[in-house]
Design a protein around this ligand. Sequence first.
Ligand SMILES: N[C@@H](CCC(=O)N[C@@H](CS)C(=O)NCC(=O)O)C(=O)O
Length: 206
Amino acid sequence: MTTLCYAKKTCSVGIHVLMEEVGEPFEVRVVDFSKKEQKTPEYLALNPKGKVAALVRDDGSVLTEYAAIAIWLAMTHPEKNLMPTDPEGFARTLEAMDFVVGTVHMLSWRMFRRPDAYTDDPAEQEKLKVRGKAAMLDAFAVVDEQIAGKDYMMGDFTVADTALYYCEYWARDVAGWDLPPNVEAHYQRMLTRPSVQANRKLEGVA
Ligand SMILES: N[C@@H](CCC(=O)N[C@@H](CS)C(=O)NCC(=O)O)C(=O)O
């Protein structure tokens, strides 16, 4: 059975939502960051990057990186319509997802949440947190314009929406920030999906 290596309040939230959307049986292996389980020799043997999400598939092979997992899930379950297959639709969906995963998450949020990854100096860390938050809110403002008048990032629900959801979840529920109006409406729409409700149960915020 497929195993999702998962840590609470991380990008693996979005992959869990996608697994629920796909609807095939899978198990969750919780990687406890408070115990640094992502850096244990056992976990590093599975994923040398020491990160989640990681998907251990039926044949034992391990797939990592948010976009790679999301695209693989979409392509192996075409009946779920999680990603357009025409070149323009595919590229545009990847463009939307990559902005959220690469810029909103890795660049902005990481600066806010893990300033210690960049400097040991506490004063510099405080500056990074301020810049990270500002960069993330700027990025949300861009997304806000992109989704004006749409139910989901691409109009229909796609893999890009689960990526946006995990960033919304962090910003709104974990950090306690206000989201711009269209992003807030998207977040509320995501909350109505059974896949997201299943994740919130796993997160303990249902
Ligand atoms: N580029 C990776 C990023 C994965 C990543 O940074 N995951 C974070 C959680 S959101 C993590 O596992 N951090 C653990 C650590 O850095 O120790 C992806 O897109 O999946």
